[in-house]
Design a protein around this ligand. Structure first.
Ligand code: MG
Length: 373
């Protein structure tokens, strides 16, 4: 994308804070396109296809995985970035990489690994996504990781504890000063929430865990249900849900673009650094849509993520992660040599075990658990 087509407060490779290791430019791709391509070719990205979002990977072929989730996030974010004349390649790179640090078995896996790591510095999935692209991917002869641009890494690190932020230099600064990242990073963050709110309604309904009656108690859903039902009274459930979901996505994305545009018009940032200096994000929903979006999120939290069928699966997943962590701590040689060699003391051993477990797909974690027990 040429510089002329972007807003002055977009991220530009020319004024980027750059890569950790200097590299020559290429002839036909922008720096952020290169980042996106490095992410697509990474090992971590390929594993996302076998990692859970809500449903364990082997429970059915029709549910979202972390890979399809990441692609949907990227689609939503690119549409928003393009409408606001922001850097589409950068938002795409951030979105495709945002979940690279996720453990197997979704949030249950992450919470369990964090609990296992309590005495050894904890486990944060956003920080782990950054670790994957900065340290763990082994693809280049000259440096560890993927050597991504500062702005891509800034977007991947959505949240970070103050303790970890202090180890990151300029990248961690905003978590200590409570300032904002660039607009592309802000878009990727909200696109993540838009994607899961909507696809979890779809997956939850098709899995039979959420009913139409329950969903119609949510105003975001019900408004679109009434529109679709009035126009197509005989429509079968499957198509009905899809017609509703695409209208819900359209409504919140349109609101996000228009609210953000008006926020930009009042704040008048002249550069990405003006955006970064702010305490509040510029990328935002209107108050009404934000309230509806949060209501749907709370609904899903209560009725889908805490559904007894989902919880019975997460209970098993927690036990498996605990068993794996205990076994590798006791017998690091059960891990591949590339990992066990880094285990020089208790703390580094725990970090290596966490890296190894976090990188596993759902089915590999199950196979390893079965092999070791
Ligand atoms: Mg996500």
């Amino acid at each position: 994308m040429s510089k002329e087509n972007l807003a002055p407060y977009a991220a530009f490779a020319e004024s980027s804070r750059g890569r950790r290791y200097a590299e020559p430019k290429t002839a036909y791709r922008s720096e952020y396109q290169r980042d996106r391509d490095r992410i697509i070719h990474s090992t971590g990205f390929r594993r996302l296809v076998y990692k859970t979002q809500v449903f364990v990977n082997h429970e059915g072929d029709l549910y979202r995985t972390r890979l399809t989730h990441s692609i949907e996030v990227a689609q939503i974010a690119r549409a928003v970035a393009s409408a606001l004349d922001l850097n589409e390649s950068l938002v795409e790179a951030i979105c495709l990489a945002h979940d690279l640090g996720h453990t197997p078995f979704g949030h249950a896996g992450q919470d369990t690994l964090n609990a296992c790591m309590r005495e050894y510095g904890g486990f944060e999935h956003n920080f782990q996504s950054l670790r994957v692209v900065d340290e763990l991917e082994a693809k280049y002869a000259d440096y560890p990781g993927l050597n991504l641009m500062f702005e891509t890494r800034e977007g991947i690190l959505k949240h970070c504890s103050a303790k970890n932020a202090r180890t990151l230099g300029a990248l961690g600064q905003r978590f200590l000063e409570r300032t904002q990242p660039g607009l592309e990073a802000q878009i990727a963050n909200i696109a993540d929430a838009i994607a899961y709110n909507n696809h979890d309604v779809d997956d939850g309904f098709r899995a039979g865990l959420l009913s139409l009656g329950q969903l119609c108690e949510q105003s975001l859903f019900n408004d679109q249900y009434e529109t679709v039902h009035a126009r197509y009274p005989e429509l079968e459930d499957r198509r009905l849900i899809y017609e509703i979901i695409r209208r819900m996505i359209n409504k919140v994305v349109t609101d996000l673009i228009e609210t953000t545009r008006s926020n930009i018009e009042s704040a008048l940032p002249q550069s990405i650094d003006d955006v970064r200096a702010r305490q509040e994000p510029l990328v935002a929903f209107s108050e009404d849509v934000y309230a509806e979006h949060q209501q749907l999120k709370r609904f899903l939290n209560k009725h889908l993520y805490q559904h007894e069928k989902v919880l019975s699966m997460t209970g098993k997943a927690q036990k498996m992660i605990e068993v794996l962590f205990g076994r590798y701590m006791a017998e690091p040689d059960e891990m591949p040599a590339g990992f066990s060699i880094r285990a020089t003391d208790e703390r580094s051993k725990a970090r290596v075990v966490a890296d190894y477990i976090a990188g596993m797909t759902d089915r590999f974690a199950i196979a390893e658990h079965d092999r070791l027990t």
